[in-house]
Design a protein around this ligand. Sequence first.
Ligand code: NAD
Length: 392
Amino acid sequence: MAKTVTDLDAFKENQNITVIDASKKLKVAIVGTGWIAGRHMEQYTKMPDVEIVAAADLIPGKAEKFMSDWGYPDVPCYPSCHDMLENVKDLDAVSICTYNTQHAPCAIDALEHGVNVMLEKPFTVTLEEAIEVMKAEKKSGKVLSIGFQPRFNPNMQMIKKIVQSGELGKIYYIQTGGGRRRGIPTPFGTSFIDKETGGIGAMGDIGCYSLDMVLNAIGYPKPLTVTGYISDHFGKDENYWTAENKPKEYAKVFGVDDFAAGFIRLEGDIMLDFRIAWAMHLDTSGDTIIMGTKGSLRIPSTECWNGSIGGPMTIYHDIAGSSVGVATKVPMLDNTREGEFFHKIRSFLDAVKNGGSAPVPSSQIIINQAIIDGIVKSSKAGKEIKIEIPEI
Ligand SMILES: NC(=O)c1ccc[n+]([C@@H]2O[C@H](COP(=O)([O-])OP(=O)(O)OC[C@H]3O[C@@H](n4cnc5c(N)ncnc54)[C@H](O)[C@@H]3O)[C@@H](O)[C@H]2O)c1
């Protein structure tokens, strides 16, 4: 027996018309002018209340070319985040779009200069860095939002609604993650695979999304312990790169995880089983499943996991005491990546303007980061470890 549910509210929420008050302009700067910075510019340049006032990149000439390509040849550009913060006065907000290892230093610097921060995901590389960023955030009183645009996908919001409605009963087990058969990202060089710049690999690139999808749905409970495993069998193999028509030297540069797995005990007696792969000999490492005492939810994986959902979700539950063939399909709601990015940036700007709280707050994402960090540390130690997140 299959029944269909639709959720008009979730649909309407995604289609909401945002009225933007353009009488107060926000001065915004971009730090790190690679691919993702372009996605931020796509949104900022649409906002009538945003003035792009500066950019910075460590690579000489890169920020200048980026701004010129976007039609802002006269915007001052700086050779580093720090230089920019020291020289540009009255900045309201900055988008930090650097590679992972520069997230923490740039975010701390910006907060210490009294600037609101839109920080790309992953939050940081280590838990210790995330704690330092949060201390700076607290001291500054500024808005810090982390760049998880799938939060604004109504299908992702539906997962949370289903869990929070109690439809599944008490949640006790979750499996999440995903992966790609071949997909170590090097479209613009080695910043994702070099330890110096990426710091972490598949976990920080795509794993943090699957963790956010389920942890946000269940209200981000504290993680208690983790047994983790990371490996680099594909990235370290010269044959992988030659087969991908990339320089075989990438194998020597490769210094991060291309696969990670973790078994995490969460507060509230919930087990989280997680795995993520940039490359593997497998089509998919499995759907996401959320198991509860009254029902379970299956969220189809995608071939190339990037924070999206592979198709309609299914709720398995009993009706009139019978489980035979009972499954409820949850139809996909309209969504676009463009819409996700719009709401990611707009909700941040609204929080800055109205003194609201961060749309994707560090207080949640530190838990995501603690799990990733715990997987690295447990893998190194070869045993289960405790996760401890201090009060900040
Ligand atoms: N939200 C998303 O959908 C999404 C998609 C892709 C990437 N990302 C994230 O965005 C970040 C950047 O990704 P990318 O593909 O644009 O990387 P990239 O390596 O192409 O660009 C990063 C740029 O930052 C610059 N940079 C580093 N440190 C700097 C500093 N201190 N001051 C000034 N410039 C600095 C580098 O020189 C480089 O040009 C990564 O953390 C990645 O995880 C998010």
